[in-house]
Design a protein around this ligand. Structure first.
Ligand SMILES: [Zn+2]
Length: 704
């Protein structure tokens, strides 16, 4: 029976029941996913539910539920809204968790700017809602967009127009003005909404943030208009003319234009004032009437913000100082060992389920052997030296959007006879020896490709979101394919169709969890990803220490696979010009360089790579930064003392203009920028005929 006829065969009552089931299943999946607490569904399963939901909703439009996943923030953006590309990215902020983090954040700004004087900041509550960008053209609201992934959001203009604190038009002579802020819901409105929902048999929202998100992302703006949403304005997006010279002037201008701004926003002259204001906000938290989860600090001067710029997609000039995490006490039922793709043995606590900050937690990380034993690598006590035992009552917490952690042991409740935990000395998956190198906290299985756990985890990593991201081929499917012997290494994914032959599709359809549609789609999805960006490929290889950012830096530096591969192979001896060049890439440290070089020198691993590459069409990655600038694509070396800015600022500025910054002069160097005290590099540049610039000449060249 085809999917379509299955649908038609459903009675209305069946459809209604199934839609209710789907709403609840997908809500659970979304929550599990968003909290990264071990996703309960694979991508393929989630997509199948989504498709079923959509088909049912189309067949029975009068049964569409208000809590349907089609109108909620989910794993994938709803197809119900059109996409909006943000002209200025909506970035996320780095986090600080204590006063020490805040002090080092401020110090790093001073270092970057080369100043020792205090820098003025604004401090404002971090509203626990969702970000919204409002674009006004000639004073008229023309577009409202969600943050989405920061680059592309969703057009929710019709819904945003129903929010009372969002002005439809503003009195201004500025042509383009994009006002950003947070949409949120007051506690009392949230409770009243849930009461109404309960009375009419509709879904209860877990917290005000979910209610705000669900309301803003309603496909029917009539529903949104009935929801008590609020909006605080806090920053600018694209503008044709600034509103002032500082963040605080901008906020005042917002107020004058009729926006609500947060009354707890304050200018602070130094770290002490920031921390004092943080405490004040924390103390007033219970009485605010809406949820906040920390305090945001921003450099007040917009000129300094501009100089500081961005790093790894978050601004250097702002940080979110988070409030301490909520905790809960529960029983530790078991300790299990998971073997990761690099062989690392990770102990996981299996907990009696407990609610922490509105989410049910049943697993938590125990970090490593030392953490369980109650001392760090240097023998210093953790938790006062108390070890963690199966049967213990433990304190669990979630810090931000991360995996729950076990913090403390309630020693008074330790059961009699509880035994200290013995960390395994052989791999539970492949029985190979486990080794822990001196100075390392992590114990590793030495099984390598023999260890099925490592192989499967490597494959899961290969198809993960930031890597090949093949639709319909998630962690669960890869695991099943591995167990059936269909896919043992990445290259096998791309030869799957030809190896299975004409009967393959039928075989796949017969496997559990696959229907005709998903099976057909899988092969197309695999073919789609034969074209892959170099940074995704490098990340997908799963080399230790080479994360998403590292992979991007490498890809931007080498641009194509062949150059990258040749350079890494040439650096194999951890010595010589190729090794030096690799280490000189800004952001690539010696640890990453060594790990990369050693991985590609390994005979087995390089064979795996060699078998994969012929199946791919690897896309060149452009350098970061402005590709139109006069120094785009040029290689710059700075030497000597710079007088107008620090070396860090000079490098960041060059990178943002699309240049590559290197540490040593070579035949590839385009410009040497030499300040006073320049030594051997200047001589080398002169003898190699490399153009040499003074700092002033450099600034003139880049138009500053
Ligand atoms: Zn193993």
């Amino acid at each position: 029976m085809s999917a379509k006829s299955k649908l038609n065969a459903r009675s209305e009552a069946e459809a209604k029941a199934r839609l209710e089931e789907l709403a609840s299943l997908m809500l659970q999946a979304d929550e599990a996913y968003h909290n990264r607490d071990a996703p309960v569904l694979s991508d393929a399963d989630y997509d199948a539910l989504k498709a079923e939901n959509q088909q049912l909703e189309q067949a029975f439009p009068h049964l569409v539920r208000e809590d349907s996943a089609s109108s909620r923030v989910g794993i994938a953006p709803s197809s119900g809204f059109s996409k909006v590309k943000h002209s200025v990215s909506m970035l996320s902020l780095g986090n600080a968790f204590d006063a020490e983090d805040v002090a080092s954040f401020v110090a790093s700004i001073q270092r970057f700017l080369g100043v020792s004087d205090d820098i003025e900041f604004t401090a404002e509550p971090k509203i626990d809602g969702l970000s919204l960008a409002l674009r006004y053209e000639n004073g008229q609201l023309v577009l409202a967009a969600t943050r989405g992934d920061g680059k592309t959001g969703e057009d929710v203009t019709a819904n945003a127009r129903t929010i009372k604190s969002v002005p439809q038009r503003i009195e201004t002579d500025i042509d383009i003005l994009e006002v950003r802020g947070e949409v949120y819901m007051h506690h009392k409105d949230f409770e009243a909404l849930n009461e109404t929902q309960a009375k009419s048999g509709q879904k209860i929202f877990a917290n005000p943030r979910n209610a705000a998100a669900g309301s803003l992302r309603q496909l029917d703006s009539k529903i949104t208009s009935k929801r008590p949403l609020m909006f605080f304005a806090y920053s600018l997006g694209e503008i044709s003319r600034p509103l002032g010279e500082t963040q605080s002037e901008t906020i005042s201008a917002f107020e004058a234009l009729g926006f609500s701004t947060n009354p707890l926003t304050k200018i602070c002259a130094n770290v002490d004032e920031l921390i004092a204001h943080y405490s004040d906000i924390q103390n007033s938290r219970p009485d605010l009437g809406y949820d906040i989860d920390g305090v945001v600090y921003k450099v007040n001067s917009l000129k300094l913000q501009d100089r500081l710029g961005f790093r790894n997609n978050s601004p250097r000039w702002a940080i979110a100082h988070k409030f301490p995490a909520e905790t809960a006490v529960t029983e530790l039922e078991a300790i299990e060992i998971q073997v990761g793709r690099t062989g690392a043995l990770s102990p996981v606590a299996r907990l009696k389920p407990v609610t922490v900050g509105g989410v049910v937690v049943s697993n938590a990380t125990l970090h490593n052997e030392d953490y369980i034993a109650g001392h760090d690598g240097n023998g210093a006590p953790i938790r006062g030296g108390v070890d963690i035992r199966v049967g213990d009552w433990v304190t669990v917490y979630r810090a931000g959007d991360v995996i729950p952690k076990v913090k403390d042991v309630v020693l008074a409740r330790r059961p009699e006879g509880a035994k200290p935990y013995v960390f395994p000395s052989i791999c539970p998956e492949c029985q190979s020896a486990v080794v822990r190198l001196d100075g390392e906290a992590v114990a590793r299985c030495t099984g390598g490709l023999v260890c099925p756990a490592q192989t499967v985890e490597k494959l899961k990593h290969f198809v993960s979101r930031a890597a090949f991201d093949i639709e319909g081929l998630g962690a669960k499917q890869v695991q099943a394919f591995f167990q059936d012997g269909w896919v043992k290494e990445p290259a096998d994914i791309f030869t799957l169709r030809s190896r299975l032959g004409s009967g393959g599709l039928q075989q796949l359809q017969n496997m559990e969890g696959w229907g005709e549609v998903s099976a057909e789609k899988l092969f197309d999805a695999i073919d789609d990803k034969r074209k892959i960006e170099l940074n995704r490929l490098i990340f997908a290889l799963g080399i230790r220490h080479v994360g998403e950012v590292g992979a991007l830096l490498l890809a931007q530096s080498y641009e194509n696979w062949q150059d990258f591969h040749d350079a890494v192979v040439a650096a194999g001896g951890h010595d010589g010009p190729a090794w030096d060049a690799l280490n000189e890439i800004d952001g690539i440290g010696p640890t990453m360089a060594a790990s990369l070089v050693d991985a590609l020198s390994d005979a087995q691993f390089s064979q795996v790579v060699d078998r994969l590459i012929p199946h791919l069409d690897i896309l060149v990655v452009e350098s970061a930064g402005d590709q139109q600038s006069v120094v785009a694509g040029k290689t710059i070396v700075f030497t000597g003392t710079l007088e107008q800015m620090t070396r860090a600022e000079a490098k960041a500025r060059a990178t943002s203009l699309g240049a590559k910054v290197s540490g040593s002069v070579s035949s590839k160097t385009d410009y040497l920028v030499a300040g006073p005290g320049a030594g051997s590099k200047l001589e080398k540049a002169k003898s190699a005929g490399v153009a040499t610039l003074s700092e002033d000449e450099w600034l003139e060249l880049i138009g500053r």
